[in-house]
Design a protein around this ligand. Structure first.
Ligand SMILES: [Cu+2]
Length: 156
């Protein structure tokens, strides 16, 4: 008798709990926000983040343009290693003037270098200098690309 009663009580709790949870489920997902289209900012429609994939064929897209302050993410989908680094191989001095032996050293406290400093599955870098910055895969310098950073437009 006690077992039966316990079973009934548990069944009721499960049913009531399920009803409660389902009752709280929205019937439809909230509508996605419509992208704001503003002719005055048409030139600045670059997404806030740009993703570059690295495969056995190289970086894709190979050349991208971003605005100052934007972040680029590289994702390794190749069968080998990816170590994104500023030109020029092997010292990687072009972006910030410091060499790999300096900016990849333990204890380095200067500006964040455009150098992954080791191979990894993905790498993110935020560009805060205008210019065209060439980079390559330090683990396979025959693979390269560029990021063109345009100065943020002055706001009136
Ligand atoms: Cu290199």
């Amino acid at each position: 008798m006690n077992r039966n009663t316990t079973g009934v009580v548990i069944a009721l709790i499960v049913v009531a709990g399920g009803w409660y949870l389902l009752r709280g489920t929205p019937v439809s997902a909230p509508a996605a926000e419509a992208p704001a289209v503003d002719a005055t900012t048409a030139a600045a429609t670059t997404p806030s983040e740009v993703t570059i994939t690295y495969t056995d064929q190289g970086f894709s897209p190979q050349n991208v343009s971003v605005a100052e302050g934007q972040t680029v993410t590289w994702v390794n989908q190749s069968s080998g290693s990816m170590w994104v680094a500023s030109a020029a191989h092997p010292d990687h001095t072009v972006y910030d003037g410091t060499s790999r032996s300096a900016h990849c050293a333990a204890g380095y406290s200067g500006p964040v270098p455009f150098d992954e400093c080791s191979a990894g599955a993905s790498y993110r870098f935020t560009f805060d200098k205008a210019g065209t910055w060439k980079y390559h895969n330090h683990a396979d310098a025959s693979k390269f690309g560029s990021v063109t950073v345009t100065a943020a437009a002055a706001q009136n």
